[in-house]
Every structure is written in structure tokens, then in C-alpha cells.
Ligand binder design. Structure first.
Ligand code: NAD
Length: 340
């Protein structure tokens, strides 16, 4: 029997890597994507990596009819829901676009799942729910802070929608994975993160600067209360993150109760400063980076990294890739898309 898993946003950065891992673990991923932030060529690249043409639907998660059709055409065992808009800055300018896509989109997916009697849902959440944490490392019990963008708010609301739906007693088992900072790319260099204008994340900025697309990296502040004064993040290789999703599906499948919700941090458990990340890139690629120290950037959290005891125990999962591996793979991917 085919273990069909619907992957919304499966052509995107994280989704495409999860499709690979699902295939490797004997699942049959089915992709739903509107390609609003991904390229159709990803499907060919997935074929190159796996040797398999995955069934895919081009369409919008807000299209109830399409979701119903997907659930009736295929015996779906679970849904991994990635499809969402993710640009924090844009969400401040266009909040309704974010609430519609990320919140109404989640509602549409859950309603269709309930109608189609599909029980297992993995939801992409984010460590943004913790804001500036009071204690480090952050555990799943650490208090949530008011979101500092409509994007962040859609993740908090998303978790609440799932929690409330489960509390109402319907047959739904779900885990919200709170991602820390996903970086890197598939080691083959075939898939990775597509740049969206000027990157707001460090690693795409690093690789684009190394590729000559950007003149220099500005490090936003070196007067934070950290060993070298720059911000600390928990950078996780996208393949490790992908693996956590597969483990999550297995866990949901083994969960006896049909009515279950949990949240799990997905990070490495280790924080690295911005300067450490830059140095790790330089060391593994032998490419020197042009960077300067600038003023702090509004909205940046000083330091955050995950406590990963829960993911280790619950999902029987741990990370395999180092920061250097991530930088190497991010650079391979950048070289490929820049024809270097
Ligand atoms: P991405 O933009 O690369 O992938 C999202 C995919 O969803 C894209 O292929 C896009 O075309 C598709 N999509 C968007 N709206 C859609 C819609 N209405 N209908 C159908 N398809 C739609 O983003 P990503 O980095 O892979 O992120 C995946 C998920 O993880 C998102 O929910 C994001 O909020 C969450 N997340 C990402 C990060 C990160 O740093 N990348 C961190 C925390 C959480």
C-alpha cells in the first residue's frame, strides 16, 4: 500500500527537501503548490535526485474544491502543511495577504482534512512565537510573546486554530514544528532556497555576497550581550529539518488517540553568532567575505536557540549536519543558481 502524504508548498524550500526524505523513507509524497514562490523546474530536480516523478497539483490551498478532489482522488494518510507566505517585512505592508493565505489557508486545509477523514497533520510553525526569550535555551513550555509581525502572528494563530480544533474533540492528530533557522541545501546542489529579492536572512546574504551579487554583508550590531557582540541563532540544516517531519509523521501514526496536539522545537540546540557563521562559511569554502558592522536592526532578537530534549525523545530524532556542512551545501546551491 502506498503511504500517500499531501505536501502543501512541496515545491518550496523546506517542502522540496521533505519530499526527498519522504520518498527515501518509503512514503509517497503528493505535491500541492501554486508556484507563487517556487519554480516548476523543482519537480524535474526532484526527479533527478530520487528517480521518481511525484504526482503534483498546481493550485491554491484556498481552493476547497481542489483539496476535496485531491483527497478523493488519492488515499491520503497525512498532510504536511508548508504552503504559506513567509516574508516578515511584506507581512507588515500587506497583512491581509498574510492572514488570508496563512490563516484562511490553514482553515481550508483542516476543513478538507476533516471532510476527507484524514487525521495526521504536521504544521510549519516558527521560533518567532517565543519572541525575545526570557530564558535560554527555549523549551516548548517557554512563554509565547506577542508577535512582532503579521507573519509571526499567523504562526501563533495557526497553532491556536489547530489546538482549538483538537480540543473540540474531532479526529485530528497534529504536531506544530517550531523551526529555528533553516539553512543549507540538498547536498546534491539540485534544490535549495530561492532568493526573494534582497534576502533578510543571513545565509542567503552570505552566499550572494560570495557570488558577487551583493557587494558586502552588513552585520546588524556588535554590541549585543553575546560573546562577540553579534546576534545568536540556532542554524539547522534543511535536511535535518526535513528528517524531523518524517519522524513526526511516524510519531503521529503511532499515537493511539485520534485527538492529539503537540508543539515541538526543531533546532540543533546550539547557538552561533553571526560572526561565527561568517567564519564557518569562509573556512569551509575558502571564500573570503566582505562584511562590515552596522547598527542594530529593528525587531532582531538578541539570542535564541532551542532546547531539543523533546524532539529527541518524542521524535527519536537528532541532527546530523554541522554548521560547516550547512555552509558548504548553501554555497554549492548558490554556485549552481549563479552559474559559477
Ligand atoms: P517557501 O516560500 O520556499 O515555500 C512555500 C511554498 O508554498 C512555495 O512553493 C509557494 O509557492 C507555496 N505556496 C504559498 N502560498 C500558497 C498557496 N496559497 N497555495 C499553494 N501553494 C502556496 O517557504 P519555506 O521556507 O519552504 O517555508 C515553508 C513553511 O515553513 C512556511 O509555512 C514558512 O512560514 C515556515 N517557516 C519557514 C522558515 C524559514 O526560515 N524558511 C522558518 C520558520 C517557518
Amino acid at each position: 500500500m502506498e503511504h500517500n502524504i499531501l505536501v502543501t508548498g512541496g515545491a518550496g524550500y523546506i517542502g522540496s527537501h521533505v519530499v526527498v526524505r519522504l520518498h527515501e523513507e518509503g512514503f509517497n509524497p503528493i505535491i500541492l503548490d501554486d508556484f507563487s514562490n517556487s519554480e516548476k523546474s523543482v519537480l524535474d530536480r526532484l526527479h533527478k535526485i530520487t528517480g521518481k516523478h511525484f504526482k503534483s497539483y498546481e493550485g491554491d490551498i484556498l481552493d476547497t474544491g481542489l483539496l476535496e478532489q485531491i483527497f478523493s482522488d488519492n488515499q491520503i494518510e497525512g498532510v504536511i502543511h508548508f504552503a504559506a507566505k513567509k516574508a516578515v517585512g511584506e507581512s507588515v505592508e500587506k497583512p491581509l495577504k498574510y492572514y488570508k493565505n496563512n490563516v484562511s489557508g490553514l482553515l481550508t486545509v483542516i476543513e478538507a482534512m476533516l471532510a476527507g477523514k484524514v487525521k495526521n497533520l504536521v504544521f510549519s510553525s516558527s521560533c518567532t512565537v517565543y519572541g525575545e526569550p526570557d530564558e535560554l535555551p527555549v523549551t516548548e513550555a517557554s512563554p509565547e510573546k506577542p508577535a512582532n509581525s503579521p507573519y509571526g502572528n499567523t504562526k501563533q494563530i495557526g497553532e491556536e486554530i489547530i489546538q482549538d480544533t483538537v480540543t473540540s474533540g474531532v479526529a485530528l492528530k497534529s504536531i506544530a514544528l517550531r523551526y529555528f533557522n533553516p539553512i543549507g541545501a540538498h547536498p546534491s546542489g539540485e534544490i535549495g532556497e530561492l532568493p526573494l529579492g534582497i534576502p533578510s536572512n543571513l545565509v542567503p546574504f552570505i552566499t550572494q555576497t560570495a557570488a558577487g551579487i551583493r557587494e558586502k554583508i552588513t552585520v546588524f550590531g556588535n554590541d549585543y550581550d553575546t560573546p562577540d557582540g553579534t546576534c545568536i541563532r540556532d542554524y539547522i540544516h534543511v535536511m535535518d529539518l526535513a528528517d524531523a517531519h518524517v519522524q513526526c509523521l511516524k510519531h503521529l501514526d503511532n499515537t493511539e488517540s485520534d485527538n492529539h496536539f503537540d508543539v515541538v522545537n526543531v533546532g540543533t540546540g546550539k547557538g552561533n553568532t553571526v560572526l561565527e557563521a561568517i567564519k564557518a562559511f569562509e573556512a569551509v569554502t575558502q571564500v573570503k567575505l566582505n562584511y562590515e558592522i552596522g547598527p542594530r536592526r529593528a525587531g532582531d532578537v538578541e539570542k535564541i536557540y532551542a532546547q531539543v530534549d523533546k524532539s529527541r525523545k518524542l521524535l527519536d530524532w537528532s541532527t546530523k549536519y554541522s554548521l560547516s556542512d550547512s555552509m558548504r551545501d548553501a554555497w554549492n546551491w548558490q554556485k549552481r543558481i549563479s552559474d559559477l
